[in-house]
Structure formats: structure tokens, C-alpha cells
Design a protein around this ligand. Structure first.
Ligand code: ADP
Ligand code: MG
Length: 326
């Protein structure tokens, strides 16, 4: 489990100071996959560096599996770091070492003997689907294979936490999907707590249980992904369903979010029939989020305010999440 509490971190001083983290709090439950999204410069990498204690916050605390990593030094710090694996956008492999030697490197600091290192490295390589590649050099591998080595290296010492800094951002969409599915599988099999930072919404859709949106060092919202999708004005909700700009009109515009079993067509037909409204469909997006079909439809509702209000109320009594946009 990761608990970040009221962490702030600034770089530089005076007028040029940058507040990279501004009173950030978030919790990642054990075995959970948590995504942090935000534009470049939002503070995501700084957040990750405070969690693996490459960076010390100016204030606040970071607790990983019950240990406050912000106060550790020396052997305590090294041992806490063994419990945290990390993967990167550009893999950070040593080109002069074989795949196996890259993975073993992360075990050398744990003090494991040669035979133990070898067997642990081969075991984790097998798990990440790189059986038969132990003797290859990074230059002989595809991007996806390189990231598999990165994952093997991060997990060889069996940490309980995996941190990912844009680990799929340099990969093509298909390879991204494969790597995300691998991370999810490993998280399940090894009980891994995963915090990944990304600017790609596809990552959140595919594997995240929960997510936070960051901007200018602050967390703007966070929570379970499905909960955010049914939260008014959720930034994540809007980012996951790109419906475009809201058109100029005097009519009411609403968005209905459909999850799981509900489908939009009977709902819209019924709305028109029951309330006599000439419903206009302005846009719709369907996404597979967390393995479930989820959709959002934007509708234009012309007519008397009272009739429109009654229609919205009716939709809500059907258990639908309805947001009045305009
Ligand atoms: N070592 C550093 N020295 C000075 N400024 C930094 C340093 N690291 C990050 N920053 C600044 O802190 C802010 C957040 O950066 P970062 O955490 O890398 O954001 P992200 O990963 O979301 O792109 C940015 O304005 C960046 O320029
Ligand atoms: Mg970054």
C-alpha cells in the first residue's frame, strides 16, 4: 500500500521557484492499479521520485507498506527501495549486458548469491514471456521485449510495489496493450501494488482501478475510475469520453453515461415518446473501461424548461447518470 500525505516539493527559490508538488495526498490500496494522469510538467515524475525516495519532499509523508520512506536513511532506505520496482519510458537497460545480466544486476544489491540470482532472473524472465531471450542483448530486442526486460528487472527481487513512469509511451498501441495486460496479470499473480503515471487515457481505460488527475503540482480529483465516470464535472470522465466542443444552442444539453447492461437506444426512444421531446443526438462514445462497455451520449433537448426538467428527472429515476451540461 502507498500513502502519500500532504506532500509538497519545490525546485529552486525566489521568483523562479517551481512548486512541482503542492499538497498532494493519495492512497493506493494493496494490489490496486492506480493511474496518475496529467499534462507534461504536472508533477507526475516528481511524485514518483518522492515515492521511491529519489527525492525528499519539503513537507508531508510517504508511507509504503507501513514504512515512512521520507524519514529513512542508509540501510533502512536501501531495504525500502528493494520493496519498490520501477519501470521507465526508455527502458534504461544496459546495452553491454545480456538480458539475463540486466535482470541479475538488480539482484546483486540484494546480496543474493550467483546461483540464486541466476535462477531468480530466469524465473522472472519466463513470467514476462522472455523465455529463450536470456542471452540476447537489448539491441536485438523489439521495444515491447525491452520493456519486458525492464519489468523483469523491476520485479526480480519480488517487490510489493511497482512504479511506472510512462512505461508504454514509447510503444505502439498494440504493444502497449500487451504490456498493460502483462502488468495487470503480474499484479494479480504477485499481489503487486501498482502506481503508474501516464499522459495516455488508454492506459487508464485498460488497467486502472483508480486514478488521479494532476495539474500544476496539484491533484484535481481522484477515486475509483467507475466512480469518477459518474461524478459531476469529472475531468477524467470528460477525457475518457471525448465528445468535442459543446455547440451554440438555446436548448438544454445533457450527457447520459451508460455502464454495463444499460444501452442508450431504448432510453432515448422512451424519452422522446414519454415527454414529447424531439431529442437530438449530438455525439456518443463507447469505450471498454476496466473490461466493461461504458458509453456516454450527448443529447440536445428542445422544449419547455419544465418538460425538459421532468425528462431529466425521469432518466435519473431509471438509475442513469445524467449530467446537465448546458
Ligand atoms: N530537478 C528539477 N529541477 C528543477 N525543476 C524541476 C526538476 N524536476 C522537475 N522540475 C519541474 O517541476 C515541474 C514538474 O515536473 P515533473 O514532475 O517532471 O512533471 P511531469 O512528470 O508531470 O511532466 C516542472 O515544472 C519541471 O520543470
Ligand atoms: Mg514525467
Amino acid at each position: 500500500m502507498i500513502s502519500v500525505e500532504r506532500v509538497s516539493k519545490s525546485y529552486g527559490s525566489g521568483e523562479t521557484a517551481v512548486r512541482a508538488l503542492d499538497d498532494v495526498s493519495l492512497t493506493v490500496g494493496r494490489g490496486e492499479i492506480f493511474g496518475v494522469v496529467g499534462q507534461s510538467g504536472a508533477g507526475k515524475s516528481t511524485l514518483i521520485r518522492t515515492i521511491n525516495s529519489l527525492e525528499r519532499p519539503d513537507s508531508g509523508s510517504v508511507v509504503v507498506d507501513g514504512r515512512d520512506v521520507t524519514s529513512l536513511t542508509g540501510a533502512g532506505l536501501r531495504s525500502a527501495r528493494h520493496n519498490i520496482g520501477m519501470i521507465f519510458q526508455h527502458f534504461n537497460l544496459l546495452s553491454s549486458r545480456t538480458v539475463q545480466a540486466n535482470v541479475e544486476l538488480s539482484l546483486e544489491i540484494t546480496g543474493a548469491g550467483r546461483a540464486a540470482r541466476r535462477s531468480q532472473a530466469l524465473e522472472i524472465l519466463e513470467r514476462v514471456g522472455l523465455h529463450g531471450k536470456a542471452a540476447a542483448y537489448p539491441a536485438q530486442l523489439s521495444g515491447g521485449q525491452k520493456q519486458r526486460v525492464g519489468i523483469a528487472r523491476a520485479l526480480a527481487s519480488k517487490p510489493s510495489v511497482l512504479l511506472s513512469d510512462e512505461a508504454t509511451s514509447a510503444l505502439d498501441p498494440e504493444t502497449t496493450t500487451q504490456i498493460l495486460d502483462l502488468i495487470r496479470q503480474l499484479s494479480k499473480d504477485m499481489g503487486l501494488t501498482v502506481l503508474l503515471i501516464t499522459h495516455e487515457m488508454d492506459v487508464v481505460k485498460r488497467i486502472c482501478d483508480a486514478a488521479a488527475v494532476m495539474s500544476e503540482g496539484r491533484v484535481l480529483e481522484q477515486g475509483p475510475v467507475e466512480q469518477l465516470l459518474t461524478t459531476e464535472k469529472s475531468l477524467l470522465g470528460h477525457a475518457l469520453f471525448p465528445l468535442g466542443d459543446i455547440p451554440e444552442t438555446d436548448n438544454t444539453i445533457i450527457e447520459i453515461t451508460f455502464t454495463g447492461a444499460t444501452s442508450d437506444s431504448p432510453v432515448i426512444a422512451r424519452l422522446a415518446r414519454r415527454h414529447g421531446i424531439d431529442v437530438g443526438i449530438l455525439g456518443a462514445a463507447v469505450e471498454t473501461i476496466h473490461g466493461r462497455q461504458t458509453g456516454r451520449t450527448r443529447l440536445e433537448l428542445p422544449g419547455e424548461a419544465s418538460a425538459v426538467a421532468a425528462a431529466v428527472a425521469d432518466l435519473r429515476t431509471q438509475g442513469l447518470f445524467v449530467e446537465v451540461i448546458k
